[in-house]
Write a protein that binds this ligand. Structure first.
Ligand SMILES: [Zn+2]
Length: 421
C-alpha cells in the first residue's frame, strides 16, 4: 500500500472553502461592466512598500481614463487597497488581492493567502476578477512515475497534473535472439538471458534512483511490450519502497515517448482513482466501523452535531455536495422570524430577491436577514474548538456519492464510544 499524503499544507476543508470563494469571485462583475475591478497578484518576498508605490503610480494615471465613472471606480479601488496595505503581511506564499465596485455603492475587498507560492506578478483592471492562477494552485498536484521497460530499452517519465516530463531514455545492450542452431544456439540463448537479467537489474537500480531520489513520486505505473509476462518487477535490485509504489502494470505496444503516451492513456482511470485514495480510505474506515457496529461512527446532521458537542469526534466527513447556507430571516412588520436554507451558488440570487420576499405570517415584503451561517464553515468552527478535523469528500467516486445519498452528506468517526442512556 502507498503511504497517505501527510504533507498537504492546507486541510481539505480549507481548500474547499477557498474553492467556494473563488467560484463566487468569478461571478462578480464591475458595477457598469467597465474595466474597474482590480486583480493584484503579489509574489512572496516582494516588498509591500514597492507594491504601494506602484499602486500610487497607477492612481495617478487613473485620472486619465476617458470614462469618468470608470476612472473614479478604479481610483477608489486603488485607494481602498493602499489604505489597507499597512495592515497586510506578505508571507511565504505571497498574496492575492481583489478589489473593486460590484455595485453602485458596493466596494468589495478580498485578500487571499494562496495555498502555494504566487508565481506571477500581476496588476490588472478588468470587468471581472482574474482567478486562473489561483485556480491552478487548487488542481491535483500529485507526482506520478511512468516507466516503459522492455529488453530493447527503457523510458522514465513523471506526470504532474497534465504535465508529462520525460526524464531518461536508456538503450539496451541485450542482443536480439536469432537462429544459430545446435549447441551454440543454446549457449547463445543462455548468454542472452544473462544479459537480459543484468539489464533488468540495472533498470531496477535506475528506477530506485529516479523515483526515490531525483524525482520522488507518490505512485508508479509500469508498461512495456508483454511486461506482465516479464520478471522485471520481481528483480531484487528494485527497492521495496519502489515496489510498494507500483499501482499498475500495463502491456503497451510501443516504447519510448509513444509508449509513455500509450501508458498514460491506459493508466488514466487508475491515476484518477489514486488522487482520491485519501478520501476513499476515510470513507472505508467509516463504512467498516458501521458494518462491524463498533459504535465509533455516526451520521446525519443532528447526530453529528450531538457528538461534536460532547467532544467525542476525531474526524467529520462532509460531502462537497452539501453547500447549504442557513439563513434566519426576520419580518420588520410583524417581527416574525423564520429559517430558510439556500445553496451557495444561488446565494446571490437569494439576496437579490430579498426585497420581494413575502413574510409567511403577514404577507408583507419587509423581510431582512437576521443571521446567516455557511454550513461547512459552521461545522468546521465547532470541530476545531473540540479538537476534531473536518475532511471534505468529493462525490466523484462511489464511496463519496454514498456519503451524500445515504448518510445525509455528513458523518463522524469518533475517538471513543458515546453511550446513550
Ligand atoms: Zn410579517
Amino acid at each position: 500500500m502507498v503511504k497517505e499524503d501527510k504533507e498537504e499544507k492546507r486541510s481539505s476543508v480549507e481548500l474547499y472553502m477557498l474553492r467556494q470563494s473563488i467560484k463566487r469571485l468569478e461571478q462578480k462583475r464591475s458595477f457598469n461592466m467597465s474595466t474597474s475591478l482590480v486583480t493584484l497578484y503579489i509574489p512572496p518576498k516582494t516588498r509591500l512598500s514597492d507594491i504601494t508605490n506602484q499602486l500610487r503610480d497607477e492612481l495617478g494615471t487613473a485620472t486619465n481614463i476617458k470614462d469618468r465613472a470608470t476612472g473614479k471606480a478604479v481610483a477608489s479601488a486603488l485607494q481602498s487597497i493602499i489604505s489597507r496595505m499597512k495592515n497586510v503581511i506578505n508571507g511565504e506564499n505571497g498574496l492575492v488581492i481583489y478589489c473593486g465596485m460590484t455595485g453602485l455603492n458596493n466596494m468589495e475587498y478580498h485578500l487571499i493567502v494562496p495555498p502555494e507560492p504566487v508565481g506571477i506578478k500581476l496588476y490588472m483592471c478588468d470587468s471581472t476578477f482574474h482567478t486562473d492562477h489561483l485556480k491552478e494552485m487548487l488542481e491535483p498536484k500529485k507526482k506520478y512515475g511512468l516507466m516503459i521497460v522492455s529488453r530493447g530499452g527503457a523510458t522514465f517519465a513523471t506526470l504532474t497534473g497534465t504535465t508529462l516530463n520525460i526524464i531518461k531514455n536508456e538503450d539496451s545492450y541485450v542482443p536480439k535472439k536469432h537462429k544459430m542452431g545446435g549447441q551454440s544456439q543454446r549457449r547463445f540463448e543462455r548468454l542472452v538471458e544473462e544479459a537480459a537479467t543484468r539489464w533488468y537489474n540495472k533498470m531496477g537500480e535506475m528506477m530506485n534512483q529516479i523515483y526515490l531520489e531525483d524525482y520522488p513520486v507518490e505512485a508508479i505505473v509500469v508498461g512495456g511490450p508483454a511486461i506482465s509476462n516479464s520478471q522485471y518487477l520481481e528483480s531484487k535490485s528494485i527497492d521495496y519502497r519502489i515496489k510498494e509504489k507500483v499501482i499498475g502494470i500495463y502491456d503497451v505496444g510501443y516504447t519510448e515517448y509513444a509508449g509513455i503516451k500509450e501508458l498514460m492513456g491506459q493508466a488514466q482511470d487508475k491515476l484518477a482513482d489514486f488522487e482520491l485514495i485519501h478520501e476513499r480510505k476515510l470513507m472505508n474506515r467509516f463504512l467498516e466501523h458501521l458494518g462491524k457496529d463498533t459504535g465509533l461512527v455516526t451520521y446525519g446532521e443532528k447526530a453529528v452535531r450531538d457528538v461534536l458537542e460532547k467532544g467525542a469526534v476525531d474526524i467529520v466527513l462532509i460531502s462537497e455536495q452539501v453547500d447549504k447556507v442557513n439563513i434566519t430571516l426576520k419580518c420588520n412588520d410583524c417581527n416574525h422570524s423564520y429559517a430558510e436554507t439556500t445553496i451557495k451558488s444561488k446565494y446571490d440570487a437569494f439576496i437579490k430577491n430579498l426585497s420581494d420576499m413575502k413574510c409567511p405570517k403577514c404577507g408583507e415584503t419587509r423581510v431582512e436577514i437576521k443571521n446567516e451561517n455557511d454550513f461547512v464553515e459552521e461545522i468546521n468552527e465547532i470541530a476545531k474548538s473540540s479538537g476534531a478535523t473536518v475532511e471534505m469528500i468529493s462525490p466523484s467516486h462511489e464511496d463519496g456519492a454514498i456519503l451524500y445519498n445515504t448518510f445525509g452528506g455528513i458523518a463522524a468517526i469518533l475517538r471513543y464510544k458515546v453511550f446513550e442512556y
